[in-house]
Design a protein around this ligand. Sequence first.
Ligand code: HEM
Ligand SMILES: *[C@@H]1O[C@H](CO)[C@@H](O)[C@H](O)[C@H]1NC(C)=O
Ligand SMILES: *[C@@H]1O[C@H](CO)[C@@H](O)[C@H](O)[C@H]1NC(C)=O
Ligand SMILES: *[C@@H]1O[C@H](CO)[C@@H](O)[C@H](O)[C@H]1NC(C)=O
Length: 448
Amino acid sequence: MKFTQAIVLALPAIAAAYPGMMGTGSRAEIEDYIRREMKREALENREAKPQLLKPVGNLLGALGGVVSGLLNSVGNAIVIESNKRPEPEYEFRAPGPNDSRGPCPGLNLLANYGYLPRDGYVTYGQVLEATSRGFNMGTDLATVLATFAVLGSGDLDGLSFYLGAGKNGIGGLNRHSVVEADVSPNREDYYNGCGDNHHVSSRLVKQMVNFANDDPRKEFSLDVMASHYAQSAAFSKNYNPYLYYFPFPQIVSLGAFAFYPQFFSNGTYGAGGVANYRSIMSIIGAEFDEDSQEFRYVPERWPEEGWYRRATPYGVVQLLTEAFTVIYPRNIIVPGVAQIGTPNLSVDTFLCNVYQGINSITPLVLGGTLEQTSKAVTWALSVLDPILSKTALGCPDSVISPNPLFPESQREGGPVVPPRVPSDRNTGDNVYNQIYFTSEPKEPQCSR
Ligand code: HEM
Ligand SMILES: *[C@@H]1O[C@H](CO)[C@@H](O)[C@H](O)[C@H]1NC(C)=O
Ligand SMILES: *[C@@H]1O[C@H](CO)[C@@H](O)[C@H](O)[C@H]1NC(C)=O
Ligand SMILES: *[C@@H]1O[C@H](CO)[C@@H](O)[C@H](O)[C@H]1NC(C)=O
């Protein structure tokens, strides 16, 4: 029996497995949910281990022809019916002007369908459930991301955050250098984008699409995304004097490149799924405009011809492995981390360092008082503990080390002092149906 067929037959109807976690969720409920989901996902992953494809990429030109070539290359996706998304009761509705949307295409999309509140003000519990249900993001990965989002961009008491700009411009996922990072797949750096780190950038999509065009299967493979990363990292090193690339945002930036094939493919990438243009461009809201030969940013949406999420959860270990062995080595930004993959520094210890240095998050916590920070640390440890210390990662138990998680956080460019830009009018919630950044912003480029 072929490997992919085995997966199709072995998996239970996943849709039936959702415990259905509440709207908000008390802290105890959330911890309980995390433990339960981790157990369920471990079982699922034992049944099926996706293999990775390894094609090669290069660069080309002539965009119109490139796009039509990619549009025609749909691929023959092997999918599982129960993974079809959206499910019948979830309906696409474009966000209105008061709905908060920001740098994360995955969360924006989930809000556009009502998997998350449509106004874009989301709770921790809702995010864990929606990311699993909509994309099969592993609960360990979703927990780590959502925890940092609440710590640095959200409201610790309500365990909630805005998908775009926070209230009165404070916090929200748009906040720079907490979860949002420089060298993102299709957003400009905060400094070069004149504070716009959250709209899809046409020139970056053009760069990515040209790499995909050179892929033998015309797919947005992991290798294509690694080439895209390498070129963008080189640009940021040359033109962003405030490039701030430290542990947590770094994991997110690198991980986001792997998210394209892993979460946006039609089916399970590496196990019969295809990372085709139709799926990916629709999900990230990049629409080709024939007249200008640019990409317009439109609301994130699953492809109308039918789309199937990955069949197995994609979690922290797989993310770290791909980020640091496939993507990062193509263009090293912080030299110390080059040791990852050598006996000196394992993929695992990297996230463990983040976890053990959690007490150094002081500069991140909104409000920033000592009381808020110690509350934040206590809470973060309680939810990260079951994931980071007692699982495959096996970090030492609740050891708080003086490990500086955000070195030089007071430096301009870090989480406390974002780079000064000529205009602060580019930091609000996403505005759709426009074209952003048609060329490289070598100097801060202000659209408004
Ligand atoms: C679990 C909670 C999540 C949080 C808190 C979160 C947060 C973020 C943030 C802050 C960014 C900006 C990072 C940067 O500047 O590079 C981002 C980017 C991204 N996120 Fe999420 N995210 C979450 C879940 C997801 C899910 C479920 C998916 C996919 C299904 C996803 C896919 C992506 C991708 C592809 C990018 C890069 C966007 C681009 O530049 O093209 N995220 N996310
Ligand atoms: C996804 O795969 C299914 C089944 O192979 C197919 O019917 C559908 O058209 C595909 N959708 C996209 C966007 O590739
Ligand atoms: C958005 O909010 C503003 C200010 O509260 C309000 O005046 C406006 O009517 C709202 N727009 C929509 C579409 O809800
Ligand atoms: C590992 O660390 C040792 C001691 O600092 C150093 O001599 C060695 O070069 C390192 N190895 C790698 C591969 O980085």
